[in-house]
Design a protein around this ligand. Structure first.
Ligand SMILES: [Zn+2]
Ligand SMILES: [Zn+2]
Length: 270
């Protein structure tokens, strides 16, 4: 079997409030979305799925929060073959800790546009989040689509229409509203997370899934889980129950899967 037979393959390397990275490959490309962990951790996560950062050609950044960019400077300086894509607002607001990135490795990727890279098309879309110009991405290869949507306080009908009926999703299930309200965070931070510019709760994530899951959808990963205001079983059962109540075929029509803070999910073919 040649590599071409595998189509587009994906591994969620890490997903949580403390560090995010997803790996995507096609016959022609090996790319990452976000680098929110140290270079060392990212290298180890890649090794755990039998892949090497030396082979990654593109890094797509969603926004400037540390849990998405912590390792981006190190990666760009260490891996000269890497092109780092982000929009102007994100590049302009990177934390100082990212350090200098060689100018010739930077590429602008405007919100709401599609980038064609040979056998991989990447579509950016804006989200509602307290960052400069946050955008997430949908990846297209052949007739398959994979969408990542986390770090948003709200999913508009328009956005749901843009990303409807992907073959696979990473969807945010950040917090349980009760746990957040009763938990240790200061009032201002709680308000921020709960706002339309914060994060999707488990129930919000389920709502968003109801409006995007279609007949093609085979896999849904729940992502960007808070360590303080959520648990894996709570996120999973809350979303599963709400989707089942809507008559969606959880575990029949599509698999509902979890993600981990620092443990890669096995590669799957989209
Ligand atoms: Zn985040
Ligand atoms: Zn964020």
């Amino acid at each position: 079997m040649t590599q071409e037979d595998f189509g587009m393959r994906v591994s969620v390397l890490a997903s949580s409030s403390s560090g995010n990275a997803t790996y995507i490959e096609t016959p022609e490309h090996k790319v990452l979305v976000d680098a929110g962990l140290s270079g060392k951790k990212l290298a180890a996560l890649m090794a755990s799925i039998g892949r090497d950062l030396n082979d990654v050609d593109s890094l797509f950044i969603t926004h400037e929060h540390t849990d998405h960019v912590a390792g981006m400077g190190v990666l760009a300086r260490r891996y000269k073959q890497l092109t780092v894509y982000a929009n102007k607002g994100t590049f302009a607001h990177l934390p100082k800790s990212v350090g200098k990135i060689p100018y010739d490795q930077l590429a602008l990727f405007d919100m709401g546009t599609t980038l064609s890279l040979g056998d991989l098309d990447v579509e950016s879309f804006g989200v509602s989040h307290d960052a400069a110009e946050p955008q997430f991405y949908q990846f297209h290869h052949d007739d398959r689509a994979f969408t990542i949507l986390t770090d948003t306080g709200y999913v508009s009908d328009r956005l749901a229409g843009t990303i409807r009926d992907s073959d696979a999703y990473v969807m945010e299930a950040n917090h349980d509203v009760e746990m957040l309200r009763e938990g240790p965070y200061p009032w201002g931070l709680k308000q921020r997370i709960l706002s339309d510019y914060g994060h999707l709760s488990n129930a919000d994530g389920a709502d968003a899934l109801m409006s995007v899951i279609g007949p093609r959808t085979k896999r849904v990963y729940l992502g960007h889980r808070s360590a303080h205001n959520n648990t894996k079983p709570l996120a999973h059962t809350t979303v599963a129950e709400l989707l089942k109540r809507e008559g969606l075929g959880v575990d029949h029509d599509f698999a509902l899967l979890d993600t981990e803070r620092e443990k890669a999910e096995g590669l799957f073919t989209v």
